[in-house]
Design a protein around this ligand. Structure first.
Ligand code: UD1
Ligand code: UDP
Length: 384
């Protein structure tokens, strides 16, 4: 009997970061991926499922506009138990720190199904930044039997909290595998740019969606972009807007009158990667983008006060600027005007977040923990 690995995800970044593992499991013998999506995201998830050929066997379809975190979590816990039991999964894999990841880990643990946590050990040490992600990832840790830390620093965080070292694997981040998959197989993701890229113009690529940034912090960032555009007519800014209406309203209010600013729908992953690669600077509060842009050699200004991804900052290719408009204007100006400062932040090919073999390492760890022989049902050998 193959080891039945339930892969549960609900949002765009979880799908991107779990796709390489699903593909690795699909290609391996003795293991069988059972893909389940909570449907926490809808539009943004469909695109990623299509790109990587992911075919969830179950879609819980829980997305509702403006839904409370508690409603979302309780609906996932209520709806996920049945497919996990019907599919007789031996282990459940969750990724990151979303409501889907926490609720799926909790549901599995309640059914005594072991949990493997991809991208474990990220910490800011502030429960409310990012919110609710720092809370979710801290809650997943005691629920998980295996912890796949992307970096040595993340592993050290887990060990410092008392997680046994035998349960922690440093794998690299699967987002780098996904990036390589798209870059290496352009046929998989035929690149049809929908955003006209202004050749020869300095270009900022900006994304912002975190809950703690909603309202005033987001308005301050939008005001900084407006100030930069007024001062620099050659500047271009592309802002793919998260579908959340609270995010859209702020950026539209401050920036829709600027011809230099393109406010657009979320971009297809392949297009977004190309744009990150070609942009002069990336400004973001996103987790995944903080990992991808430095790897592509594009400097990142992080629109947050703290980051759980200190590796990019330590390597000099990311800088925390928060949401103070004066600081954002100053930092962007400095990097646009000073080629030496700009070049110092460009580190194309840097591997501080992994080198593209994270999914293979996760797969090897799953096999090591739960070895499978052809004549014995995998579930009988669960140690945790
Ligand atoms: C979620 C995760 C966050 C992750 C982010 C990635 C939680 C609590 N938050 O935040 O950790 O960084 O995804 O993008 O798990 N919407 C759509 N269509 C979609 C997706 C969202 O219309 O495909 C709108 C809906 O109005 C929805 C709102 O966006 O209510 C917010 O979505 P939600 O999943 O609650 O949180 P995110 O801000 O996307
Ligand atoms: N992304 C994308 N299109 C966009 C914006 C982002 O495909 O218009 C990708 C990006 O490359 C990264 C992921 O979405 O892999 C990040 O998602 P998000 O910022 O929503 O979530 P986070 O990483 O902060 O959890």
């Amino acid at each position: 009997m193959p080891l039945r690995v339930g892969i549960v995800y609900g949002t765009r970044p979880e799908a991107i970061k779990l796709a390489p593992l699903v593909l690795a499991l699909d290609a391996a013998s003795g293991v069988e991926p059972v893909v389940i999506t909570t449907g926490q995201h809808r539009d943004m998830l469909d695109e990623i499922n299509g790109l990587f050929g992911l075919r969830p066997r179950h879609n819980l379809g829980i997305m509702r506009p403006g839904q409370r975190l508690t409603t979302m979590a309780s609906r996932i816990i209520h709806e996920l138990r049945k497919p996990l039991l019907d599919e007789r999964v031996d282990v459940v894999v969750v990724q990151g720190d979303t409501t889907t990841a926490f609720a799926a880990a909790y549901t599995a643990a309640c059914e005594r199904i072991p949990v493997a946590h991809v991208e474990a050990g990220l910490r800011t040490e502030d429960r409310f930044e990012p919110f609710p992600e720092e809370i979710n990832r801290r809650l997943i840790t005691p629920l998980a039997a295996l912890h796949f830390a992307a970096t040595a620093g993340a592993a050290a965080n887990l060990l410092a909290e008392g997680v046994p070292s035998d349960d922690v694997y440093v794998t690299g981040n699967t987002v780098i595998d996904a990036l390589h998959l798209v870059l290496a197989h352009p046929g998989r993701a035929a690149y049809h740019p929908s955003v006209p890229f202004a050749e020869g113009h300095p270009t900022l690529l900006l994304t912002m969606h975190r809950r703690e940034s909603w309202g005033a912090p987001m308005a301050r960032v939008a005001a900084a972009v407006a100030e930069l555009c007024r001062a620099r007519p050659a500047l271009r800014c592309v802002i793919p807007l998260h579908p959340n209406p609270d995010v859209r309203r702020v950026f539209h209010r401050h920036l829709s009158s600027f011809a230099q600013v393109l406010l657009c729908e979320p971009l297809r992953y392949a297009e977004f990667i190309h744009l990150m690669h070609r942009a002069t600077l990336v400004l973001t509060d996103s987790g995944g983008v903080q990992e991808e842009a430095p790897t592509l050699g594009t400097p990142v200004l992080v629109l947050r006060d703290r980051t759980e991804r200190p590796e990019g900052v330590a390597a000099g290719c990311a800088r925390l600027v928060g949401t103070d408009p004066a600081l954002i204007v100053k930092e962007v100006g400095r990097l646009l005007d000073d080629p030496r400062a700009y070049e110092a932040m460009r580190r194309p090919g840097i591997t501080c977040y992994g080198n593209g073999d994270a999914a293979a390492r996760c797969l090897a760890a799953l096999r090591e923990r739960w070895p499978c022989s052809p004549d014995e049902p995998a579930g009988l050998r669960m140690s945790r």
